[in-house]
Design a protein around this ligand. Sequence first.
Ligand SMILES: C[S@@+](CC[C@H](N)C(=O)[O-])C[C@H]1O[C@@H](n2cnc3c(N)ncnc32)[C@H](O)[C@@H]1O
Length: 285
Amino acid sequence: MNYRHAYHAGNFADVLKHVVLTALLERLADKPKPFGVLDVHAGRGSYDLDGAEAQRTGEQASGIARLWPARAEAPPLTRRYLELVRAANAGGDDDTPPHLYPGSPWLISRLLREGDSLQACELEPGEHTALSAALRRQRGVAVHRRDAWEALGALLPPREKRGLVLIDPPYEPPAAEQDRVIAGLREVRRRFAGGVVALWYPIKDAAGSRSFLRRLAALDLGEALVAELCVWPDDTRLRMNGSGMLIVNPPWQIERALEPELAWLWQHLANDGLGRYTLRRLQPR
Ligand SMILES: C[S@@+](CC[C@H](N)C(=O)[O-])C[C@H]1O[C@@H](n2cnc3c(N)ncnc32)[C@H](O)[C@@H]1O
C-alpha cells in the first residue's frame, strides 16, 4: 500500500468530506441517545501542512487555505468544521492559514458527546502509530490496526445500535477498490441496516463516476443521497476534478441543511466558476 494521505490533506475533496461528516454528526447529536462511529480508513488523524509531502503537492492551497480568508461568512456547518480546524491549530494566529490539518478521526473525536464512541481503523503501521498518538486520551475512542473490509464485519453494529460508518478508501487501484466498496456496503447493510453510511469517492471523469453510481444504485441501499462538489468540469484531464459523498440513511432534512453549504463551498473552491455542485437522491434501479 503506497497511498499516503499527507500528500492530499486539506484539499478540496477533504473539505467536502469533512463538512458532510460534520453535518451528519451534528444531526446524530440532535437525539440524546448515544451513537457510535466506525471510521474504517482513518489515516493518521493529523497532517502537517508544512511537511514535505503536503508541500510537494500544495493541494491545501486550493482547499482549506482558499476557504480560510472567507471563514467568517461561512454557513453554519462549514463554520463549525472551520472552528474545529482552528482548534486543531491551537495557539496559532487566527489569521494565518492552518499548519495542521485534522483528519476524519480527529474531527469525529471532537464531535462525540459523553457516552458516544469512535472505533478508528488504519492498516498502514506508521499511520496507525501516528493516529494512536493523535487521539491519545480522547474519551470514547478506540484505535485499531485493522483491515477496513474485515472491520466492517467484525465491529458492526456498534454497541449503541445507532450511528455512522465512514468509508474513505484510497481507490488504488480504482477498479479493485470499487469492488471492495460494493462488497463492503453489502456487509454494512447486513449488519447495521439502520446505520448512516458516508462513502467518499473521487470524480475523475463523468462516465467513470456515472458507472460507479449505477453500481451503487443497484445495491438497493434504501434511502441514499449523493453530494458532489467538482471544482473543474467533470472531464478535465486532471488527477481529480471533484469528489462525492454517498450518504445512506440520510438524517431527516439533511438535504436542506447541506444545500447552502455546498453552494458556498462551490462558490469559494471552484476554479473560474467552473465545475458544479450536486445534491440528489440516488434512485434504486
Ligand atoms: C483517504 S485516506 C483516509 C483519510 C481520512 N479518512 C481522513 O478523512 O482524514 C485512506 C487511508 O486508508 C488507509 N487504508 C488503505 N487501505 C486500507 C485497508 N484495507 N484497511 C484499513 N486502512 C486502509 C490508508 O493507509 C490511508 O491512511
